[in-house]
Design a protein around this ligand. Structure first.
Ligand code: CA
Length: 225
């Protein structure tokens, strides 16, 4: 079977779930690398430069899924799809600013997982026209390299944060509603609500600086530039 679609790292200690995820993703042509705890997972992640990480929240050993996600985030913007056993972990995933790109609550259908992985990778790969850099003040949004830079400094953003910044950059000076942002950035496959937009806008402001020209337009949504 071919493995041309790239590498997926799966960090999951439940062997049944890991095997199922492995089976379904390999069927889709991915190369799948399994790790059963956070430490091994980070090791594989560092060595293999995967397209995406599928990450269980509850892991044995020194690092739980949240710790692993933080470390992955410190090293770049590889998408992370969380697997969680409990609804209350979802609030932590959304609330702790971990930069998860999506999550699934167990038990989930493996087909749903494959659909989510594809959707994340579609968003990551799609992107606007190549070689385009949008400049706003001293902020450069490099849409081809998927990098945000202030001066010489590359700001580490999650996939979704960058997608939001890219969408805003495509619509410079326009007031965009939360719904427009949801449709444009999260797409039809997203089940979240408009609060998601606010959380990500807050993250962009925090990471890119308080002088980021990303204004709240009362009664509408947001305007960039
Ligand atoms: Ca677990």
């Amino acid at each position: 079977m071919s493995a041309d679609n790239g590498t997926v790292v799966v960090i999951e200690d439940d062997p049944h779930i890991a095997d199922l995820v492995d089976l379904y993703l390999r069927r889709e042509g991915f190369r799948v690398l399994l790790a059963s705890d956070g430490e091994k997972g980070l090791e594989v992640f560092t060595q293999e430069d995967p397209l995406i990480v599928i990450l269980d929240v509850g892991l044995p050993g020194a690092y739980d899924g949240f710790d692993v996600c933080r470390q992955i985030r410190a090293r770049g913007s590889v998408p992370v799809l969380f697997l969680t056993a409990r609804d209350d972990e979802v609030d932590r995933i959304l609330g702790l600013e971990l930069g998860a790109d999506d999550y699934l609550v167990k038990p989930f259908s493996p087909r749903e997982l494959v659909a989510r992985v594809r959707a994340i990778l579609r968003r990551t790969r799609q992107g606007p026209a190549p070689q385009e850099v949008v400049t706003v003040g001293d902020l450069e949004v490099d849409l081809r390299r998927r990098e945000a830079r202030r001066g010489d400094l590359v700001v580490s953003l999650t996939t979704r944060e960058f997608d939001l910044l890219a969408f805003l950059s495509d619509n410079l000076g326009l007031a965009l509603s939360r719904q427009q942002l949801l449709d444009g950035v999260w797409g039809a496959d997203w089940y979240g609500d408009e609060r998601t937009v606010d959380v990500h806008v807050a993250q962009l402001r925090k990471k890119l600086g308080p002088d980021l020209p990303l204004a709240t337009v009362w009664g509408v949504g947001y305007r960039f530039g």
